[in-house]
Design a protein around this ligand. Structure first.
Ligand code: ZN
Length: 254
């Protein structure tokens, strides 16, 4: 039996018996873990406000030899969606919570079991911090998707057209199935990346999430990239994410 204390991000929870919950969380040092939170809903002292997906906190857990499930002792929240939603108007707060679930589901899909991935953890933590600072949640979502795909090495090159070699600064088209971006002369199709969207991606490549979130972007640019990233993520995971649909449904209709 050994106690571990680590910084971790809560990915999801589900009921376990009458009063307990299973908590799936991503640790900084030892990858994804599953733990039993005894009396989770009642014990505010040990888990108060920390079980919302995408909450980052200090987690104490006990591991027993030969058992996959660890015992969760407590989670002390550092930041998370509850804090990020505080002080925002109702529709904005709903957007924040919807996106936090989406971010947590992405991290869950990306993280292999019990294998440390420090870069993935750091990306999740920095996006969580940016979420708490305010600014454009949708810009943050595009930043997060971009970097998740880059960490896997599957984001198409944004430098030059994959067919004719021209610069893509003026815009591009995603060729699905080939994982390539081509220039607007070489490609047709609905998955377009405008000059403005290309600018956001170039900013995402070099700036912190807080900078991208603060700068924001106009709605049409964000929708374009949302569609392109959704396709790339679906190609990579070979499925659509439930929480991504929830995010779209929560959005005020323009
Ligand atoms: Zn071309």
């Amino acid at each position: 039996m050994r106690t571990h204390v680590a910084e971790a991000i809560v990915l999801r929870t589900y009921r376990y018996g009458e009063a307990d919950r299973i908590v799936v969380f991503l640790t900084e040092d030892r990858g994804k873990k599953r733990g039993v939170a005894k009396n989770a809903t009642k014990s505010r002292r040990r888990f108060g406000g920390a079980l919302e997906p995408f909450t980052r906190g200090r987690v104490s857990y006990v591991e027993r030899e030969g058992r996959e499930l660890v015992g969760l002792d407590r989670i002390e929240p550092l930041d998370g969606p509850m804090r990020a939603a505080e002080g925002r108007a109702d529709d904005q707060a709903a957007q924040v919570l919807g996106h936090a679930s989406y971010f947590a589901e992405l991290l869950d899909e990306w993280a292999p079991d019990a294998m440390a991935n420090e870069r993935l953890f750091r990306l999740g933590a920095s996006v969580g911090e940016a979420l708490c600072r305010g600014g454009s949640v949708e810009s943050l979502a595009r930043y997060f998707e971009y970097w998740l795909l880059r960490l896997e090495g599957v984001y198409p090159s944004l430098d030059r057209c994959a067919r004719c070699g021209l610069s893509l600064d003026d815009g591009a088209v995603l060729v699905t199935g080939e994982w390539h971006m081509v220039c607007v002369r070489c490609g047709t199709g609905s998955l377009r990346v405008s000059r403005e969207a290309m600018g956001l991606l170039r900013r995402a490549a070099t700036a912190t999430p807080a900078v991208v979130t603060e700068a924001g972007a106009d709605a049409s640019t964000l929708r374009e990239l949302e569609a392109v990233h959704a396709r790339l993520i679906a190609m990579h995971l070979e499925k659509d994410l439930r929480s991504a649909r929830v995010v779209r449904e929560l959005r005020p209709q323009l």
